[in-house]
Design a protein around this ligand. Structure first.
Ligand code: ZN
Length: 138
């Protein structure tokens, strides 16, 4: 069995953003040379997510509005976590949107369902953060 590991780095200039990272994961898959197996992709921070859904800007706007309703950023004083920091909402948004995804690899390609793409969800940006890509198979 072959294995492959890579960290993808991000430095999002805004507090929140959704970034389609499918091209980078496909590049990792090419580099790995693995044709049949599994890819695991996870955020390495507790205020960011990796999730799968549609690459549609209206939907991403709807997510942002929905998440902000569930866990508003302000007033930051509403959260007990926010002693010396202001990112309690980002921890909660990450919990809802998830830590990782696993995708099957078939004949050297990501074996997606219809419209599926992989996204990095940033909820406390403006600093360097990373995503782990781990691929196993043969
Ligand atoms: Zn925190």
């Amino acid at each position: 069995m072959k294995n492959y590991r890579k960290e993808l780095w991000f430095n999002v200039p805004t507090r929140r953003a959704f970034i389609n990272i499918t091209p980078q994961v496909e590049e990792c898959l090419r580099e790995s040379g693995i044709r049949e197996g599994l890819v695991l992709c996870n955020a390495m921070h507790i205020t960011a997510s990796v999730f799968i859904n549609d690459d549609e800007s209206g939907l991403h706007h709807d997510y942002d509005v929905w998440l902000e309703k569930l866990a508003p950023h302000e007033p930051v004083s509403r959260y007990r976590h926010n002693v010396g920091e202001d990112n309690a909402d980002a921890h909660m948004k990450r919990q809802i949107m998830g830590r990782e995804v696993v995708v099957a690899i078939t004949e050297g390609k990501l074996d997606f369902g219809t419209w599926e793409q992989i996204f990095y969800g940033e909820f406390d940006g403006r600093r360097k953060k990373r995503v782990l890509v781990k691929i196993i198979g043969e």
